[in-house]
Write a protein that binds this ligand. Structure first.
Ligand code: F3S
Length: 478
């Protein structure tokens, strides 16, 4: 039998070459092996929820596995079923969804996910966040999947949407090629026809889609899932992009994983030594723990005075290098917890080493990108104060949601930012827009999540520095 056993988790979005079916994930023990035509054994996935669209492309190029056997339930990998790749897990039992008003294909998918995940039945979800809406990440195969459904599928649950591959109004100014813009607009039209909310942000919890404590939801976008589970106390698994459409169209998700309190308990205590004074330290901490303990539930000790920027950095980074869906911080996050027996220590030296390891160059970027995840109003205030009285020497781009952009445009912040020479884009981000097609090769950022995907998805050289270092190094007094 032609089999391939993966001995480490896989990142479907950037760990596979969809044209050859070969594993390209850095440091993966099976790097260079092909999935094509094999029964592939997978522990579980890590990284982006948009990886769910990879299976359509593997099928299109004729290099898909003939079957996937999972070791742990994982919504992103189970999405392979939608492209006709059977997914199995040992000892799965049938779990039935009793609702006659659901499209047959979606019902079959949800029952399969429930069975593979040993779910305790199904629950209704109050909101959905759809990931995988950029033409740069889902391509023509994803676009066609959405197009085929646009007239028949109506979303039943409020569903916000993740960033696109371009600013919807100013894509020409960004330098986006015309054919890319056409593909992106088709995706937007399909989503709107189905009833999705055109929020196009990865921080929907800052702009209106705010679940309450204990509420069951079904969200894609791994950074947002980790944020709402940890910081708000909502309950969501890290859903694959295709699954978010199914959850929104049916209103259901299987009851397993992080919907159950027993799976939200800490599995490792992380004692943080030293004072984490910069935002980039939290990006480094989340990234280090996600990389070393990919499917853990960390309990962070020793962190004080955290605000939204630090919490979303920690959430985004741990879900990018690993698959962390929830973390705890005593007196800051609201979920109850018991202390785990296993503990590790992390100090400032470890964090510096994590940042140094990610960087592939030093000095002289083509572009500076800030806003992964999308910038909050508070972050704009901090950035504008650092920029005040200075002028950038490098092209400097900031990313946020359209809702936050309209707030800063009504304040004096926008003048400070423009005087510095920076540009603010909405609806998109550095990772899901085609920077390589705009002639960019070397990028500086403060986000470890952006750094990881800029390297693996966009083929960029990256430099990771703190915001303070970036502004100090790449601007001059006005
Ligand atoms: Fe958001 Fe793009 Fe980062 S979607 S979390 S800004 S990779």
């Amino acid at each position: 039998m032609n089999e391939l056993r993966l001995t480490a988790p896989i990142s479907w979005l950037d760990g596979i070459d969809v044209k050859t079916g070969k594993i390209i994930q850095q440091d993966h023990p099976q790097k260079g092996e092909s999935l094509a035509g094999k029964i592939v054994y997978v522990p579980h996935s890590i990284g982006s929820t948009v990886g769910a669209y990879t299976f359509f492309a593997l099928k299109k190029y004729g290099v898909a596995p003939i079957k996937i056997v999972l070791e742990e339930p994982d919504s992103i990998t189970i999405s392979a079923e939608l492209s006709g790749i059977p997914v199995e897990i040992k000892g799965a039992k049938k779990v039935e969804l009793k609702d006659e008003n659901i499209r047959e294909e979606f019902k079959r998918y949800l029952e399969k996910e429930a069975s593979i995940s040993e779910a305790e039945g199904f629950i209704k979800v109050r909101s959905v966040h759809i990931s995988g809406v950029s033409y740069a990440t889902i391509g023509d195969t994803g676009k066609e999947w959405l197009k085929n459904m646009e007239d028949e599928v109506k979303l039943k649950v409020a569903a916000t949407t993740n960033p696109l591959g371009m600013d919807l109004y100013r894509w020409k100014e960004m330098g986006i090629p015309e054919n890319f813009a056409r593909g992106q607009v088709d995706i937007v039209e399909s989503l709107i026809k189905m009833g999705a909310i055109p929020s196009f942000t990865c921080t929907p919890y800052l702009t209106g889609n705010l679940p309450h404590y204990g509420e069951h939801v079904s969200w894609g976008e791994s950074s947002a899932v980790s944020f709402i589970n940890s910081v708000i106390g909502a309950k969501s698994n890290r859903e694959g992009g295709t699954k978010t459409i199914i959850a929104a169209a049916t209103g259901y998700t299987p009851l397993y994983g992080k919907h159950l309190d027993r799976n939200r308990e800490p599995t490792i205590m992380v004692e943080v030594e030293g004072n984490l004074s910069r935002l980039v330290d939290y990006y480094a901490l989340g990234y280090l723990i996600g990389k070393e303990y990919p499917s853990s539930v960390p309990l962070y000790e020793g962190l004080k005075k955290l605000h939204i920027p630090e919490l979303k950095a920690l959430a985004a980074a741990g879900a990018a290098s690993g698959s962390i869906e929830i973390f705890h911080i005593p007196k800051i996050t609201p979920n109850p917890f018991k202390r785990p027996s296993k503990s590790i220590k992390v100090n400032l030296k470890d964090l510096k080493a994590t940042l140094d390891e990610l960087s592939t160059f030093s000095g002289g970027p083509d572009l500076i990108v800030i806003g992964c995840p999308h910038l909050s109003l508070g972050e704009f205030k901090r950035i504008a104060s650092l920029m005040d009285g200075r002028i950038t020497t490098i092209k400097f781009w900031l990313y946020t949601s359209r809702a936050i952009l309209s707030q800063i445009e009504k304040s004096s912040l926008i003048n400070l930012i423009r005087r510095f020479g920076a540009e603010v884009w909405a609806d998109t981000c550095m990772v899901v827009s085609p920077l390589e097609e705009m002639g960019i090769r070397k990028v500086t950022t403060n986000s470890t999540k952006a750094a990881k995907y800029l390297k693996t998805l966009r083929g960029m050289d990256v430099e990771v520095l703190s915001l303070e270092e970036i502004i100090e190094r790449y601007s001059v007094p006005a």
